[in-house]
Design a protein around this ligand. Structure first.
Ligand code: NAD
Ligand code: UDP
Length: 323
């Protein structure tokens, strides 16, 4: 049955793909976004579709739509973006989620929150299961995002307990793919831009810190499956790719797949509170969603690098000077 679905952050990297997938399934989709970290070009190709609507709006201000489902993605996600105006990041995460929950309560919509592996901070448990409560520095430069997302999870569960709102909390681990912001300062976009330009690859620290990278199609599939679960499924559920790589491994792969002559240079200062190791335990996602990622890092990087080759960087607006 076609549904009316609101996607906050719908013009972003993940949001625009989610909108596409939902439209392909025959739903009516409203993308709400203030375009802080995204480009109108991400959704330009959808604007002609009668079942798609774009609303330019800031989630820190209330909003109202008659919808069946809400995916709450509006929030800067890359460290350079969320640290640019940290107070605003916290406000977006908390107030945006509160406004989305208020709407879910009024119109009895189901709501899925795009939470993050950052709720685990710099974890001491590997891989991270949902039961792990994390090690977050509440006063460091990453806290605006980490604690903002933790507070958003708290709000989700309090609206669920108090008002019976149907909630789904997805904890998303590092995700990459075409349409990620080329100047977001994240590791995949930095390394690909550098490799394609033949520039030195900027490794922070010794490069032995690890991350697990999920391709965006796998991620969006898991979010949709989670929204479709029974009302008793609230999460949190980890969504990510459990294949763990050092950042040095990633650099070598990017250089090789791009056919680049770039040199990898280690030893730049490691950002404060940079997690040393991160890898999702996805047993719950496997069991409850019948899902696991299909796209291996080499294949996903190839698709992403092919997309980066088509981007005219002069036409892309960098939202912050941090890249
Ligand atoms: P993104 O920056 O491309 O998308 C976020 C979108 O939210 C952007 O379009 C931005 O303009 C919009 N936005 C920001 N502040 C807003 C505000 N106040 N009002 C309205 N819109 C606003 O990043 P993304 O990678 O697509 O992330 C989407 C969501 O997934 C975020 O909530 C992020 O925290 C979460 N997430 C992403 C990853 C990842 O690796 N990509 C990992 C964990 C969690
Ligand atoms: N990183 C790096 N060089 C870069 C950008 C990032 O070595 O040019 C490292 C960063 O220090 C971190 C990892 O890559 O250890 C992932 O960083 P990213 O900002 O992509 O995401 P997050 O730290 O939020 O997982």
């Amino acid at each position: 049955m076609p549904k009316r679905i609101l996607v906050t952050g719908g013009a972003g990297f993940l949001g625009s793909h989610l909108c596409e997938r939902l439209l392909d399934q025959g739903h009516e989709v409203i993308a709400l976004d203030n375009l802080f970290t995204s480009q109108r070009s991400n959704i330009e190709h959808l604007l002609g579709q009668t079942r798609f609507e774009f609303v330019r709006h800031d989630v820190t201000e209330p909003f109202s739509f008659e919808v069946d489902e809400i995916y709450n993605l509006a929030c800067p996600a890359a460290p350079g973006h969320y640290q640019y105006n940290p107070i605003r990041t916290m406000k977006t995460s908390f107030m945006g989620t509160m406004h989305a929950l208020g709407l879910a309560k009024r119109v009895r919509a189901k709501i899925l929150q795009a939470s993050t592996s950052e709720v685990y901070g710099d974890p001491e448990v590997h891989p991270q299961p949902e039961s792990y409560r994390g090690l977050v520095n509440p006063i460091g430069p990453r806290a605006c995002y980490d604690e903002g997302k933790r507070a958003a999870e708290t709000l989700m569960f309090d609206y669920h307990r108090t008002h019976k709102v149907k909630i789904k909390v997805a904890r998303i681990f590092n995700t990459y793919g075409p349409r990620m912001h080329p100047f977001d300062g994240r590791v995949v976009s930095n390394f690909i831009r550098q490799a394609l330009a033949g520039e030195t690859i900027t490794m922070y620290g010794d490069g032995l810190q690890t991350r697990s990278f999920c391709y965006r199609d796998d991620l969006v599939e898991a979010m949709i499956r989670m929204m479709e679960t029974d009302d008793s499924v609230t999460g949190p559920i980890n969504i990510g790719n459990p294949d763990e790589f050092t950042i040095l491994d990633l650099a070598k792969k990017v250089v090789s797949i791009a056919g680049s002559s770039s040199k990898v240079e280690t030893g730049r200062p490691l950002p404060p509170d940079d997690p040393k190791q991160r890898c999702p335990d996805i047993s719950l996602a496997r069991k409850v969603l019948g899902w696991e990622p299909k796209i291996k890092l080499d294949a996903g990087l190839k698709k992403t690098i092919d997309w980066f080759r088509t981007v005219d960087f002069t036409g892309v607006r960098a939202p912050t000077p941090n890249y």
